[in-house]
Design a binder for this molecule. Sequence first.
Ligand SMILES: Cc1cc2nc3c(=O)[nH]c(=O)nc-3n(C[C@H](O)[C@H](O)[C@H](O)COP(=O)(O)OP(=O)(O)OC[C@H]3O[C@@H](n4cnc5c(N)ncnc54)[C@H](O)[C@@H]3O)c2cc1C
Length: 401
Amino acid sequence: MAADNAAAQVSQVSAEDFADILAQTREFVRGAVVPREQEIADTDSVPGDIRRAAADMGLFGYAVPQEWGGLGLDLAQDVELAMEFGYTTLAFRSMFGTNNGIAGQVLVNYGTAEQKQTWLERIASGEVVAAFALTEPGAGSDPAGLRTKAVREGDDWVIDGEKRFITNAPVADLFVVFARTRPADADGPGIAVFLVPATTPGVEVGPKDRKMGQEGAWTSEVRFTGVRVPAAALVGGSEDVGYRAAMVSLARGRMHIAALAVGAAQRALDESVAYAATATQGGTPIGDFQLVQAMIADQYTGVAAGRALVRDIAARYVSGEDRRVGPSAAKLYCTEMAGKVADLAVQIHGGTGYMRGVAVERIYREVRLLRLYEGTSEIQRLIIGGRLVGHAKRETSGAQR
Ligand SMILES: Cc1cc2nc3c(=O)[nH]c(=O)nc-3n(C[C@H](O)[C@H](O)[C@H](O)COP(=O)(O)OP(=O)(O)OC[C@H]3O[C@@H](n4cnc5c(N)ncnc54)[C@H](O)[C@@H]3O)c2cc1C
């Protein structure tokens, strides 16, 4: 129904090898990152040794094809890893999230051979951090309204504009920058995408944003003033791939965020069950109270449903059956579910759940972002409803002809 007739994706990693990668990731997340969550929160940074270990495990390039030094996982495998990443502080995944996801996939899917050659291996190894610079003041949910412009001058492009909330901008080596080369017209939205090294004169990265949560994951504004790049910086060598590249990267990213939400909700559930089994009131473990059990039951059911949805929709993404409606449905359901599960987790912890240093308090703040970025819940609803109704209308008008 929502098929976009895309070719099936082929993973470059066998099921057996992937089982090892998944087990190693799970062990690392739970054994090496979970015990250091407080340190990450207190220092607002992910320690260098964790970063190096993640790079050694290939985590900066798990979604990059093997010919470019990545692990070459498909999306069904990506979401299994993401459910593990979600189990700890989300800053861990954010560190390599843009390389594999929204920024890296623009290059993987639309880059020229030369652009891939120049950047992808260094992205996959973690030597280069890539950031995805789409959002602007007044152009978030509606990127078609972006005002950053790129003007052709001889063999170069000159970029002027302002981006905000750009993940990893303070540490980025490469910005994947969306800019308008002409007004929207019948041929398309007029948006191109450029590869802009962070050291290019005229690129100015603002101070780190002070956020509600996700300490250790950094965002900031980025200003481009008369930034001159060569023609070779235009992704795909075409002015017309930008908008589509953004939409394709974001749809894929939505599956990843949905899976991340499932992982965070699983952690909130595990913390809740452990607390309910041990904390007492009047000598009775609070987990003996049926109203507390009811909260745990609702958490468990949400996590189980989210996990099943993510796996089902990722399989249909990989086969090419649905790469648009399904990812939006998964993101909508799982991120809303994670919000409810985290809220219940705080409730189960009572006053303790409101205290800094308690995992569920961190999770409550962290998962709030998942309903906002890579398309708000409202935008997911518009995509799902709009696509389904649009499809039905086309079927009806086809039948009447
Ligand atoms: C921590 C963080 C990291 C981010 N990282 C990146 C990044 O790396 N790269 C990047 O490019 N961007 C990034 N973003 C930006 C993010 O994708 C946007 O914030 C998000 O898409 C929402 O856009 P907005 O903030 O402009 O809000 P708005 O679009 O102004 O939305 C405000 C409200 O209006 C609603 N709304 C808007 N349009 C409609 C509509 N047509 N119908 C119904 N309701 C509507 C929204 O759902 C929302 O409730 C990040 C944001 C944050 C907070």
